[in-house]
Design a protein around this ligand. Structure first.
Ligand SMILES: NC(=O)c1ccc[n+]([C@@H]2O[C@H](COP(=O)([O-])OP(=O)(O)OC[C@H]3O[C@@H](n4cnc5c(N)ncnc54)[C@H](OP(=O)(O)O)[C@@H]3O)[C@@H](O)[C@H]2O)c1
Length: 346
């Protein structure tokens, strides 16, 4: 029998500065049969995440996910798909699953093998609750990250005024809605007037601004004249400095990501006003969604409930075709996506 052929995206070289399509190739490969304990999955959607930029380096930040090796399959990228062959107990052909062998059309996945620190280990997902791709957004790691950032890292408290940066993005749009739906005065920022309209009109935030339209600190102060209590940081840089200047006493910042620094080739300086943390008894806490996977049932209940009631707005930007995954990453990094960026594999 001729072996099954599949396609996968490989990294050819590590970008210095901006990522381009030339750094990648989509190649044809033989897909082996599943061994005992494994399943063969036909991927339908694969995730595209800004944090991948940190892994397009010979060595990424210490303690973070592994750097991608060159000219090899790119593992540890979230995906959903359908099991077409199973030699693993508990999985049947036809099951819809999530796992972490994205950026390819066919994936051999070993059941029980921890992936993405355990949060993307092969698991069945319930498509009667929501379409499969929703599990790459609100009902998966994006939801857990948004939820844990606000509730655990920032210890959200009644009456807190909350600012979320990159608020029109995958994590940001969920964090913003969690804060708003829990009754907080919620401010969002994003990089275009169109995204600002999305934040105000669709997500119902109390205030929003375009960070490209003027100094972030000034616009934040205008949106929150009395200051903020919680900052959900997706951006770092001038956004974090603006938050430090605006957080009230005992305020808290959840450091989710620092996308403004990911493509930089030089070491980026820390915030120039870090002393504000001491001056105002602030807490700045970095966190990773993967460390809070025990929150998945809370996310399923709260975000899943709001989704079912039509109160949580879930937007995604879908890019069709596996070979366009690098282009999708470039679009995420440049701000040319709204909500969760996904590649659909037809
Ligand atoms: N800690 C964790 O476990 C965890 C998990 C997932 C993601 N993250 C982090 O969370 C952040 C958001 O990730 P995501 O997956 O939700 O992506 P996303 O927000 O959907 O996409 C990234 C967005 O960042 C904005 N951006 C890009 N460059 C910027 C800059 N220089 N200044 C300000 N904004 C910029 C762009 O929107 P604009 O149009 O608004 O510029 C872009 O759409 C990233 O920092 C990511 O690394 C952390």
């Amino acid at each position: 029998m001729t072996p099954r052929r599949g396609r996968e995206v490989r990294l050819l070289s590590y970008p210095q500065g901006e990522v381009t399509s030339e750094h990648f190739a989509t190649v044809d490969v033989d897909v082996p049969d599943p061994a005992p304990g494994q399943v063969l999955v036909r991927n339908t959607f694969t995730s595209v995440d800004p944090g991948m930029r940190l892994r397009l380096r010979e060595s990424g930040p210490a303690g973070y996910f592994n750097a991608f090796p060159l000219k090899a399959p790119m593992d540890d990228i979230w995906a959903v798909g359908e099991v077409i062959e199973s030699r693993a107990e508990g999985f049947e052909p036809g099951d819809t699953v999530w796992h972490a062998k994205g950026w390819r059309d066919y994936a051999i996945v070993t059941a029980g093998e921890p992936a993405l620190a355990g949060i993307a280990t092969l698991a069945r997902i319930d498509v009667s609750v929501a379409p499969a791709e929703t599990y790459l957004g609100p009902l998966g790691a994006m939801g857990v990250t948004a939820y844990a950032g606000l509730i655990d890292a920032a210890e959200l408290r009644e009456g807190d005024i909350v600012w979320i940066s990159a608020a029109a993005g995958a994590v940001g749009s969920l964090a913003a809605q969690i804060a708003k739906l829990r009754g907080h005065y919620t401010i969002g920022s994003a990089g275009s007037d169109e995204k600002v309209r999305f934040l105000l009109d669709e997500l119902g935030l109390d205030a929003a601004f375009n960070y490209r339209a003027g100094p972030v600190a000034d616009q934040l102060r205008e949106a929150a004249p009395d200051g903020i209590d919680v900052y959900f940081d997706n951006v770092g840089g001038d956004h974090l400095e603006a938050a430090l200047a605006t957080l009230r006493k005992w305020g808290r910042a959840a450091l989710c990501g620092a996308i403004s620094e990911y493509e930089s080739t030089d070491p980026t300086p820390g915030p120039s006003n870090l002393f504000q943390a001491t001056a105002n008894n602030l807490t700045l806490r970095g966190f990773r969604g993967s460390a809070y996977q025990h929150r998945l049932p809370d996310v399923t209940r709260e975000l899943g409930g709001w989704l079912a009631e039509g109160r949580l707005h879930y937007r995604s930007t879908i890019i069709d075709g596996l070979e366009r995954a690098p282009e999708a990453l470039m679009r995420v990094l440049s701000g040319d996506t709204t909500g969760k960026a996904l590649v659909r594999i037809p």
